[in-house]
Design a protein around this ligand. Structure first.
Ligand code: ADP
Ligand code: MG
Length: 240
């Protein structure tokens, strides 16, 4: 397994804020002067905009990326239906090739640019009969950021995901607590329960936002901590 500069963003489920967190992180890194590109290798669900099929995750990551990148490298596989990717692929007679995604990653990262890769769904979402999102993370050899959608049930989902990551010999590099349920009871106790059990740093805590916006959400990544964490991840000495 090759260690590449970059990050693989997974989540406790679909709809837990992976895209919002990924786009916010891209903005926060851009504000630190970092060069980084966003990638959404497999996307399901597209709308026809001015004659072209557009996926909103791909759009959000491209808009937030400080380093511009061609759409076909950012998103090698796009399916129109918002359904499980392996079923969408099967219906179209398409085989999702991990090597094609790795090649797109390499092309994006070509000039030493770290790439932030957003997975689809949760960590074990299938990509075909014998492969899943975890195989993609393994093929890319990236450290992983876990977005925890803070709601009832998230402790189990977060700990199962962390265990799956560790079992594959991958690095859980950090996690983000994203408050998707403003009504969640005993939020602080849940946060502390996770902090005591996940063997990785809490990178940011995002509140519930009535009008979620990636640029606004980027303010919740404390710059100094982010700088130190990102530098360590890329294996370079932090300046501060
Ligand atoms: N902290 C938050 N506060 C309010 N809404 C949020 C928050 N995080 C995510 N959302 C909303 O929840 C939905 C799912 O978020 P998204 O980032 O698309 O999740 P995922 O990429 O994991 O599927 C989106 O409509 C998003 O705007
Ligand atoms: Mg998403």
């Amino acid at each position: 397994m090759k260690n590449r500069p970059g990050l693989f963003v997974t989540g406790t489920d679909t709809g837990v804020g992976k895209t919002l967190v990924s786009a916010a992180l891209l903005h926060a890194l851009a504000a630190l002067g970092e060069r980084v590109a966003g990638m959404k290798p497999v996307a399901a669900g597209a709308d026809l905009v001015d004659g072209a099929w557009v996926n909103e995750d791909v759009l959000a990551l491209r808009e937030a990326s400080p380093v511009p990148a061609p759409p076909d490298l950012v998103n090698p596989y796009l399916f129109r239906e918002a359904i499980a990717p392996h079923i969408a692929a099967e219906r179209k007679g398409v085989r999702i090739e991990l090597l094609r995604i790795v090649a797109a990653y390499e092309a994006l990262a070509g000039e030493g640019v770290p790439v932030l890769v957003e997975g689809a769904g949760g960590f074990l979402v299938p990509l075909g009969p014998e492969k899943d999102m975890a195989d993609l993370a393994t093929a890319l050899g990236l450290p992983i950021l876990l977005v925890v959608g803070m709601r009832l049930g998230c402790l189990n989902h977060a700990l199962l995901t962390a265990e799956a990551i560790e079992r594959r010999g991958l690095q859980l590099a950090g996690w983000v607590a994203n408050r998707i349920d403003p009504e969640m009871a005993v939020y602080d106790e849940n946060l502390a329960s996770l902090a005591g059990r996940l063997r990785a740093p809490l990178i940011a805590e995002l509140p519930w936002m009535p009008r979620p916006d990636a640029r606004q959400a980027s303010r919740y990544f404390p710059p100094q901590g982010l700088n130190r964490w990102w530098s360590a991840l890329l294996g370079v000495q932090s300046a501060d």
